[in-house]
Design a protein. Structure first.
Length: 300
């Protein structure tokens, strides 16, 4: 059965989509896993990274994006969403990545997302609006080892659909003050979600993105994040009561690099090394992926 991992952060621009795409490509090309990538963000960055803008337009025009899933859940007069048809098989442009499929997002999801949020208030207390994605994927999930869900930077109903079918979550963050400021808030909101739904989620940790080794701020921020975990773990039980354990810091930082920034462009680079770069980027991404795979295996 697939392990489902959501990437979330309430902040945009922290490398969520870039990291999710890289994780999927490394899981496939380096470790041989079958991966489904689910793009829940109406910004559709992950989708265009994987299949390019032209193919996205075709998919969108044919009604084969996740927008059509949520729209048909809201309006039963619309044609039913056919997940098998919507699957973009072998979605990566890289030749060496052979087992990554995609469920595409759409800019139209921006509006549908608002309607999903409104639906929740029409049926107070019901989990039905949160179960749309899970129900749609029930029949195909077992074809994958991992399902990676890239979420929009909010915790609305569409994101909640992603969380409700996830076993675990990852939080990509840039190691600076502004980017890490909201992490305790995010953890609290996830805990509230868990309390509300009764659905447990394992925190797999923070992925440090856009790391600059020359930046003192980046280094001191990572030290602060690591120290918070250590201090929590070594605190007396009475001092921990009512506090959440800060998230682990995955010990393989993703460097800031032009090549990773350019990986957002839809081009066939051939290999992962050519695409992501050989000045430490390939190794960092490979090690990060291996760590995530191992921890998913340990905790789930
Ligand atoms: N390691 C990195 N080095 C350089 N640029 C990066 C890196 N990771 C992401 N970026 C760039 O930062 C921007 C935001 O990344 P993105 O993955 O879209 O963030 P999010 O999904 O959190 O909004 C994009 O332009 C992306 O290409
Ligand atoms: Mg994104």
């Amino acid at each position: 059965m697939a392990t489902v991992i959501a990437t979330i952060n309430l902040k945009g621009g922290v490398g969520k989509s870039t990291t999710t795409a890289a994780l999927a490509e490394f899981m496939s090309a380096e470790f041989g896993y079958r991966v489904l990538v689910v793009d829940l963000d109406p910004q559709t960055n992950l989708t265009t990274m994987m299949i390019g803008e032209q193919r996205w337009r075709e998919v969108n025009d044919r009604g084969l994006t996740l927008n059509n899933l949520f729209a048909s859940a809201l309006d039963t007069d619309l044609p039913e969403f056919d997940v098998e048809k919507a699957l973009q098989r072998n979605a990566s442009a890289l030749e060496s990545v052979r087992s990554v499929d995609l469920l595409a997002s759409s800019l139209d999801l921006m509006e549908t997302q608002e309607e999903m949020n409104a639906w929740q208030y029409e049926v107070p207390g019901s989990l039905e609006p949160l179960l749309v994605l899970r129900a749609a994927l029930a029949g195909i999930k077992s074809s994958y080892d991992f399902v990676l869900i890239d979420c929009a930077p909010n915790l609305g109903i569409v994101t909640a659909n992603g969380l409700l079918m996830s076993d675990a979550y990852l939080v990509p963050t840039i190691p600076d003050v502004l980017s890490t400021y909201g992490i305790p808030q995010l953890q609290k909101r996830v805990q509230k979600f868990v309390d509300h739904t009764g659905h447990e989620l394992t925190p797999l940790g923070l992925i440090i993105t856009k790391y600059r080794s020359s930046s003192t701020l980046h280094r001191t921020t990572i030290e602060r994040l690591q120290r918070a975990v250590f201090e929590f773990d070594s605190a007396a039980e009475k001092d921990r009561a009512g506090r959440q354990r800060p998230p682990n810091v995955i010990p393989h930082w993703i460097p800031e690099s032009n090549q990773i920034a350019q990986s957002a462009e839809f081009v066939d680079y051939g290999t992962l090394r050519q695409k992501y770069g050989t000045h430490g980027q390939f190794e960092a991404l490979r090690n990060m992926t291996e760590h995530v795979v191992q921890n998913a295996g340990v905790y789930l």
